[in-house]
Design a protein around this ligand. Sequence first.
Ligand SMILES: [Ca+2]
Ligand SMILES: [Ca+2]
Ligand SMILES: [Ca+2]
Ligand SMILES: [Ca+2]
Length: 270
Amino acid sequence: MTRRLLLIPTLILLLTPTLGLLAPAAHAISFGAFGPNGEGGRVNGQTLTIGATGAVEQLDAFLAIDGQDLNGATPGVAAQLSVDPLPAGLTVEMTPFLSGDSTDLILRYLISNDTGAALDGVTFLSFIDAEIDEPPFFDEFADVTGPLGPGQGWEVDEPGFVFGDLFDNLRDGQLDGTNGVQQSAPDDVAVGLSFLLGKLEQGESGIIDILISEDGDALPGKVVTQGDIDLAPLETITFSGQIVGSVPEPGLAALTGLGLAIAGWCRRRR
Ligand SMILES: [Ca+2]
Ligand SMILES: [Ca+2]
Ligand SMILES: [Ca+2]
Ligand SMILES: [Ca+2]
């Protein structure tokens, strides 16, 4: 990839207390330590709560590279980071950043290529299965708004226990761009967001942010808002993400200060 880091250090929206004054009825996102490959949620023995009653069932990410099968005998080609080891020299690190008012959580993924060669067609895919309020977990729905961001793909579906093909599509590295859990047919909502980084040179790292918000904040691009037909007033969880840019590996020290700038891309959604 050739895009460079887009730093907007003057817009430190997320980490300023000012935003808290604007936030309606904040409940505070809280979380325990994520797994070694960034995985989280109940199935991974990790706690991530959102809003008054929301909790993440499963958080994971996938990585696909053109022409390579990264998950062995498992159907599809994308590595599920909590399960499938990546090729030597290819690493993904996830760092969580919580806003000062605890209403927004950015998951920052750093994908680094030290394999000794350039990698073509690198795609990162995020998977989140959250429940706003349960029981039951199958009375929820999602609205999808906003234009596609650069390199972006998306999918909302039942996670795959009943009818959804989201998990199959994550393994294929190709999301279908459809919402299978609309308000007219509520079920168990799960969300996929994908980002085509393209070519990752030897020594290069790509950076992707995923934003989970309990007060409607979102990054530019496609925005998925999860609701529950039982909750009044309506509580929501908002998912969005974007490619932040890339850095040559020796420049990674610059990331230390990057967390202060991550909210520059956030905008109010309501
Ligand atoms: Ca396979
Ligand atoms: Ca529910
Ligand atoms: Ca689908
Ligand atoms: Ca769910």
